[in-house]
Design a binder for this molecule. Structure first.
Ligand code: ADP
Ligand code: MG
Length: 338
């Protein structure tokens, strides 16, 4: 008799959850990204106790077709890619088909959804590998409620920081998605207190004002430039407006917020000697490129990506920033329409 056996679905999902769902903010990230992928124009996030007790995300996206509900919570099930070729040309935020299965393995999940078609409304309750589906009414879109995160993984529960820390991680996640999708109206409410509300009118500078404040938004300069491979567009702060951390730099590649040390460096280099040591600008920069040039399948959370022409991109970024800041009489055009 051999001693090797296949792990149960629930146990392997819990193991996967260890990578994908690190803290309440990871749940918020996955659910809000799913709502964006579902084409939602309005997404609301409601928290109880900074997400430790409950996280609810309501969207007006496509909804789940009744036949898709059960399978959506299995591991590696997705509607977003189908072939190897698709994997190299990912256009959605999700594609790994892991989030729902992972979340349901470490929390109690209730989902209400409808595609807007008659009779398509459903309620699904998923817990500890068991699920139940009933008829229910819901406007087109989806409401997912996640309760008691990590109730069955004591080590993870213990590792959670204070409610204030967890809340700041969540706010950071929602802010970056808001900056990535100014055309989506996003709200974040914790215990009845509204922390963020964006208009969803597509104006990036207004979204930045909503998140970093008017005084920062007034001092932004638009940047724009391209070469054969990359299109760069966004806002950077004048050298007078700086912060003590790099946390106020957001780089979005094809709509996905990513972290990339080289891009940070290239941006700062564009400021030359205009920045004081230890001070960093505020910036939101959208980079568009052929999905073939970016490998998003590096890490389960997809925050790190691999860029095949990184040196070319960083050079272009430095050049655009330098040229923009070098122009005399910078007009605060970012604020003209506010
Ligand atoms: P992935 O996003 O990588 O595809 P998930 O586990 O996050 O994997 O979601 C599984 C599938 O469930 C998605 O591919 C999508 O078809 C569906 N789905 C998830 N969230 C939503 C939502 N808010 N609205 C509509 N469909 C959704
Ligand atoms: Mg997803």
């Amino acid at each position: 008799m051999g001693k090797i056996h296949q792990l149960s679905e629930l146990l392997s999902n819990q193991i996967a959850a260890g990578e994908v769902i690190e803290r309440p903010a990871s749940v918020v990230k996955e659910l809000v990204e799913n709502a964006v992928d579902a084409g939602a124009t309005k997404i609301q996030v409601f928290l109880k106790d900074s997400g430790l007790t409950e996280i609810q995300v309501i969207d007006n996206g496509s909804g789940f077709a009744p036949d898709d509900l059960e399978i959506a919570f299995l591991r590696h099930t997705t509607s977003k890619i189908a072939s190897r070729e698709d994997l190299f040309r990912v256009h959605s935020l999700g594609f790994r088909g892991e989030a729902l299965a992972s979340i349901a393995a470490v929390a109690h999940v209730t989902l209400k959804t409808s595609t807007g078609q008659p009779e398509s409304g459903r309620e699904m309750v998923v817990s500890a590998g068991e699920s139940e589906i009933h008829l229910a009414s819901h406007p087109q879109g989806t409401t997912i409620t996640v309760r008691d995160l990590f109730y069955n993984t004591p080590a993870r529960l213990k590792y959670l920081k204070s409610v204030a820390t967890e809340l700041s991680h969540i706010a950071d996640v929602v802010n970056r998605i808001a900056l990535s999708y100014p055309e989506v109206a996003l709200t974040l409410v914790n215990d009845g207190n509204q922390m963020l509300s964006t208009a969803g009118n597509g104006k990036l500078q207004q979204t930045i004002a909503g998140i970093y404040g008017l005084s920062v938004a007034r001092e932004l300069v638009a940047i724009k430039g391209a070469d054969l491979d990359f299109e760069i567009e966004g806002y950077i702060s004048r050298p007078a407006v700086t912060r003590a951390s790099k946390n106020y730099l957001s780089f979005l590649i094809n709509g996905r917020y990513i972290k990339n040390f080289q891009l940070n460096k290239a941006l700062i280099e564009g400021y030359g000697s205009k920045l004081m040591v230890g001070r960093y600008p505020v910036a939101v920069i959208n980079i568009k490129m052929d999905p073939l040039l970016v490998d998003v399948n590096v890490h389960p959370t997809k925050r790190e990506v691999r860029l095949s022409k990184e040196p070319e991109l960083t050079k272009l970024l430095t050049k655009i920033v330098r040229e923009t800041l070098g122009k005399e009489n910078l007009i605060p055009d970012a604020m003209k329409n506010l």
